[in-house]
Ligand binder design. Structure first.
Ligand code: GUN
Ligand code: FE
Length: 446
């Protein structure tokens, strides 16, 4: 029902991009790409003429490029009002002093509505077509987040956060018991499934134990069982900081990945944020279970205590995507996070990490490139969520962004040069249109 005409840039594999001049990207009634037609193909002109006649042709300007939409694998929706705030504090103090008090405010549904509407619009504005969200413990607020996603045509994966450990959570912001944490999660699954039933863009519930320290063994166990019962995605934080890792060792005499695994929370539908301190045995578990890592490069600079060795994970075929981790990370833009992923990876080899334990901190790991980063933000995220998206290819969801070349050019530029200038310089204003499942989510059609 729609045909987009213009140049396309898409990932082929982790280190290769495919750039094509003058394509027709044909989108079917269900919002899937049913064909990508090259100018050289015999029916190019007839398809284009037909689209023009039916008033279905959307032509990009010569300085615009069609890219897949981005997938944000880790966002704390309620933390949006604090983006950029108190990032100099250690993780546990940041949580107790800044984050939990803010999240507690989402008991007020009108506050939730205000923030979530603004956040989803901002993320879509930055080219994010799918997001994996942490909500709060409050189901009415979590449903507002889903409504904001539906309103702005964004594909949301949304978790009611479970946190019932009285020793690590404040009295005004915790689940009353392990039993209620699990029961409220099950209620949310049912509520969201119902809300999403008639929505154009599906919203999916996600099992969300905040992280090992926030939960009791009973709630972790119950959530693992729920994930199995409903066959749902799972998200949490894993091996993010020395403090978190130390908590698991002290209280369970296990690494935190082993605690999560023990309760059935590491499956091929699990997405674990950060993972900066995962050791080889953790990575082996991730690989054998099919667990994905949400790499949050900006946040990791502040709270991660190390740089994630992305190239090592990719070599070992561990699934990796990118997350903003708002507000552990200050930026809602995955472009910014691609840049930081590349920059941080360059610190690994001989830089800041050289002084740290080489087995854990990834010293001597190869840096990643802009192409690797683009892969993480598109294909890596899609694989982590088992979605047919992240590439401009027949059979894939039409989740797309139209990006204006952000800088002037002074002569002929190769496809690689055009791509790199977009990745390093594009800002929200350069993202002219965003489509999710073929539906316009940002911008206007000329
Ligand atoms: N660990 C537990 N909760 C959080 C959170 O909100 N942000 C980050 N970065 N780490 C966490
Ligand atoms: Fe996080």
């Amino acid at each position: 029902v729609k045909v987009l005409e213009g140049s396309t840039i898409t990932s082929v594999d982790e280190s290769t991009i495919d750039c094509r001049h003058h394509q027709l990207v044909c989108i079917d009634g269900e919002g899937y790409i049913d064909r990508v037609v090259d100018e050289s193909e015999p029916d190019f002109s007839s398809i284009k003429d037909e689209a023009v006649k039916a008033d279905q042709l959307i032509s990009l300007n010569p300085d615009e490029y069609l890219l897949p939409g981005f997938i944000d694998l880790h966002v704390h929706a309620p933390q949006w009002p604090n983006a950029g705030v108190a990032l100099d504090r250690p993780l546990n103090e940041w949580l107790d002093t800044y984050t939990f008090p803010l999240e507690a405010k989402y008991q007020d549904v009108s506050f939730a509505k205000l923030v979530y509407d603004n956040l989803v619009e901002e993320l879509v504005g930055n080219g994010t077509t799918t997001a994996l969200y942490f909500g709060t413990i409050h189901n009415p607020a979590n449903l507002e987040l889903a409504k904001a996603c539906i309103k702005h045509n964004q594909r949301g994966f949304i978790g009611k956060v479970a946190m019932d450990n009285p020793a690590q959570t404040p009295a005004n912001y915790r689940d009353a018991s392990a039993k209620s944490a699990v029961a409220d999660t099950e209620t949310f699954i049912k509520q969201l499934t119902k809300l999403s039933q008639n929505a154009a863009i599906k919203q999916t519930p996600v099992i969300t134990p905040r992280f090992v320290p926030s939960c009791t063994p009973e709630s972790l166990k119950g959530l693992g069982e729920l994930a199995k019962k409903y066959d749902l995605p799972i998200q949490s934080h894993c091996s993010e900081s020395d403090w978190e890792n130390g908590y698991a060792l002290e209280n369970y005499h296990k690494r935190d990945s082993e605690v999560l695994d023990q309760y059935g929370l590491l499956t091929d539908k699990s997405v674990m944020a950060h993972g900066t301190l995962l050791n080889q045995s953790d990575l082996d578990t991730f690989k054998s279970r099919g667990v994905a890592v949400a790499h949050c490069p900006i946040s990791n600079v502040y709270f991660g205590n190390a740089v994630l060795p992305v190239s090592k994970l990719l070599q070992q075929n561990v699934k990796v995507g990118l997350g903003t981790d708002i507000s552990g990370g200050y930026s809602p833009s995955l472009y910014q996070n691609i840049r930081q992923a590349v920059i941080s990876s360059r610190m690994l080899k001989d830089g800041v990490n050289a002084a740290l334990d080489p087995n854990q901190r990834g010293t001597q790991i190869q840096p990643i490139s802009a192409k690797n980063g683009f892969y993480l933000a598109t294909v890596g995220g899609a694989k982590s969520l088992h979605l047919k998206t992240g590439q401009i290819k027949a059979g894939y969801l039409a989740d797309l962004q139209v990006v204006k070349s952000p800088l002037a050019s002074f002569g002929e530029e190769s496809a690689d040069q055009i791509f790199e200038k977009i990745i390093y310089h594009a800002s929200k204003a350069d993202i002219r249109q965003v489509f999710v499942q073929g539906r316009l989510a940002k911008g206007r059609i000329k």
